[in-house]
Design a protein around this ligand. Sequence first.
Ligand SMILES: Cc1cc2nc3c(=O)[nH]c(=O)nc-3n(C[C@H](O)[C@H](O)[C@H](O)COP(=O)(O)OP(=O)(O)OC[C@H]3O[C@@H](n4cnc5c(N)ncnc54)[C@H](O)[C@@H]3O)c2cc1C
Length: 358
Amino acid sequence: MENIDFDVIIIGAGIYGASMAYSLSKYGLKIVLIEKETPGGAGSSKYSGGIVRVYDEDESLIANNLAGLYEFANWNSIGYPGNSPFFQTGLLYLLKNESVIRAKEIIERSCSDETELIESEQLIDNFPFLKNHTGDYLLYEKNSGYADVRLTIKNLIEGYKSNGGLLLENCNVESAINNDGNWSVKTTFANLHSSVVVFTVGSSIRNFFPDLEVFTKSVPLTLISERETPFILPVIDEINNVFTRPLNGEFFFCGTPGKHINEFPEQLPKYSEIELEDVLSKISKVNGKNYSANVINGFNGHDSYTNDCRPIYQFHKIFKGAYYLSGMSGRGFKSSLAVSKKATKEIIEYLQISNELK
Ligand SMILES: Cc1cc2nc3c(=O)[nH]c(=O)nc-3n(C[C@H](O)[C@H](O)[C@H](O)COP(=O)(O)OP(=O)(O)OC[C@H]3O[C@@H](n4cnc5c(N)ncnc54)[C@H](O)[C@@H]3O)c2cc1C
């Protein structure tokens, strides 16, 4: 069996693996990115809505959201490869009355430059489909929007390859074994070695670290058509628990929060009539229309969640040289580029210190 040495091995090429690979490849390291299917063609990133927004009722997530929006909104000037995948359409939140006071405080402290709280009547002139909206306030983010997830990943992978990185696709990692900071990563045909392994395997993280407190939840998405659709910008409706995201022309995606929970994605049930009825009743409340004849497609995606729905990105406390990014809770796309920059900095520092010690 072939044995090959690398500086860094990255397992999993969803949005996190792709952005980690691109960002690390700028340091002249010998890197391999291994994906069991194709980049962005599996895991959560395959299904992601790609909404990029700032406000979150969990205030601890806002700093990464802001940093993520900055990366997407300045794709070309920052120097990311390829055409910008980002559509800066603006974005609306419909808030529950009881959450408005808290939202005001959060916005004032964390994101008043990007997020405006506006009385419903003022916005209904611009978004007449919200005439049935029952809340007092709407949040509007003029710089937010959504990105083409596939194009984002494709561009990052192209950039990574042109910086000299190796991509192994259709290649399953069978095991990753650590011997005091020397890693041996086994695929069917080769043993790959490095001092750092980045685990960006999404909901499969427990295959490598069974004790990690991460579980999987399904996130149903439904594709709907409407001639002259009002959903030309993402709408996050916290009152009816539904969100929309424009696709092309008359089509839009519509999603509800994740509900089925399991340890691994393979154990989740498929999209069913129950999800369909649920989303149709919710979306019909947003602008008072019945969408039952307009459904084009529906499927369940999945993501990895921690108990407190916070992302984890850090070196493993026990296994030297293992860095993992997981627990993205159905909302990890937006901050991926910014989080990967932070993770890259930590990994480069780790490599510098371990090289000095050698
Ligand atoms: C339906 C849905 C809608 C979403 N919408 C949004 C949104 O609008 N905005 C937002 O910010 N976030 C959104 N998210 C969340 C976001 O998409 C995820 O947080 C993000 O895609 C997670 O990316 P990842 O790279 O960590 O994991 P993944 O995309 O799951 O990638 C993991 C990769 O690892 C590979 N892999 C696993 N095991 C192995 C192995 N043994 N060997 C080799 N490869 C392996 C998998 O094949 C996969 O490609 C959504 C998620 C879902 C499911």
